[in-house]
Design a protein around this ligand. Structure first.
Ligand code: SF4
Length: 402
């Protein structure tokens, strides 16, 4: 393996990506109705929400995907990134009951759980030699405040100083602030001091309070989500941001969501990755959901790449969209694919079927089969290493004796 580094703000992106994109765009003949958009992209101008509507309604998905793929190539060439991580969901006990959530339990339910600090460390221990990130999100436990998480995070950091801790979504930060009677900044500062390295992006759902009132009543408001991420960036904690689509939102809601996030990213350049994923249906939760098709998933990933000019990475979240669509998404503007994962509850309880036992070889093969060069990265996109595709060793065949 050979390695290279970047800064958290550049996050591995080529500084000359606008010039690169302009050069690449000039090589092709684009449909006439896309010309104003192509011109803007060539000049490094931000696309408007009206442009986003044109991309969503353009008849050729492949042409929108091609535009997005060139935008990706201009930043990272043929590289596609992944990391080696494990998901540890510390508790499924939650004081809220979001309509789309198949994970939460009340304290009284027989299959509710809350890991002790030792149990949490045991979950990391199983994979500690293989991973460089632990990704921890969970329910809003009625008894856990910021001091519990300070102990949890500092214990993990003491035992595994080289493993990056990406933990706690915005609504968990809000919950801990409320439980501890301190503001968001104080909560984040204490957690950072304990060893928190970055925030995951979960809980953004759709940043429209009318939609939130129906699908996740009681969660943080759109402004609170943005405020918590802004305050994390202010103290130097990078973060990601998600978008849950295919519930009851409109295309305009999705585009406004992207607009809010790119404006947030403009401020400190520490919103590193956008993770769009569709609602996974079952017959009991949110029956009025519109549900996204594969076509719509690929289009949303492509539009995200083109709209979110100030967010370096677009993730194909294979836990949710599955390996097949994730592989295709790498040709529709996604440059990042999450991850080895190894264990995960939230998406799998909601119906995800993606493999959990991927090692570096399987991840690299998935990227290579999509036509790209696999690159292993750390959590904050500051360290990169190329990956040699070596198959796992197989047992030798016995000689046939004649
Ligand atoms: S999505 Fe999060 S906050 Fe909402 S019910 Fe599920 S665990 Fe609780």
């Amino acid at each position: 393996m050979t390695g290279w580094t970047s800064t958290p703000r550049l996050a591995g992106c080529d500084e000359n990506w606008v010039e690169n994109l302009s050069y690449l765009l000039a090589k092709y003949n684009w449909s006439e109705n896309l010309h104003p958009i192509v011109n803007k992209l060539s000049n490094g101008e931000r696309l408007s929400i009206a442009d986003g509507h044109i991309l969503y309604s353009h008849t050729s998905l492949n042409e929108v995907g091609h535009l997005a793929n060139l935008a990706k190539l201009s930043r990272y060439g043929n590289s596609v990134f992944f990391n080696s991580n494990v998901h540890v969901n510390q508790t499924n006990i939650c004081v809220l009951a979001c309509r789309f959530c198949a994970f939460r339990r009340s304290k009284k339910q027989a299959d509710s759980y809350a890991l002790s600090i030792d149990e949490y460390l045991e979950e990391i221990e199983k994979y500690s030699g293989l991973i460089d990130e632990v990704h921890s999100v969970g329910g809003l436990h009625p008894d856990w405040d910021v001091s519990f998480y300070e102990k949890l995070i500092s214990a993990a950091k003491r035992k595994y100083p080289d493993i990056s801790i990406k933990a706690l979504t915005a609504v968990e930060i809000k919950h801990l602030s409320n439980k501890s009677n301190i503001n968001f900044t104080e909560t984040l500062k204490r957690l950072k001091k304990a060893g928190l390295d970055s925030l995951p992006g979960g809980g953004a759902e759709i940043l429209n309070d009318d939609v939130r009132g129906i699908i996740c009543n009681g969660k943080e408001s759109s402004d609170e989500y943005l405020q918590i991420h802004r305050e994390a960036h202010t103290i130097g904690l990078p973060s990601n941001a998600t978008m849950l689509f295919g519930t009851i939102e409109s295309i305009n809601d999705r585009l406004v969501h992207m607009d809010k996030l790119r404006n947030l990213a403009d401020e400190y350049r520490l919103l590193q990755c956008f993770v769009p994923y569709p609602f996974l249906p079952d017959s009991t939760r949110l029956p009025q959901a519109q549900l996204a098709t594969s076509n719509e998933i690929l289009r949303t990933i492509a539009v995200s790449r083109l709209m979110l000019d100030s967010v370096p990475h677009i993730k194909a979240y294979r836990m949710n969209i599955g390996d097949e669509v994730a592989e295709l998404a790498l040709n529709y503007g996604a440059d990042d694919i999450d991850g080895t994962v190894r264990q995960e509850s939230i998406m799998h309880l909601a119906g995800a079927k993606s493999s959990l036992d991927y090692g570096i070889f399987q991840m690299a093969k998935l990227v290579k089969d999509a036509g790209f060069v696999p690159v292993k990265r750390n959590t904050t996109y500051t360290k990169f290493s190329s990956v040699k595709l070596e198959p796992p060793k197989r047992a030798k065949r016995l000689k046939i004796i004649q």
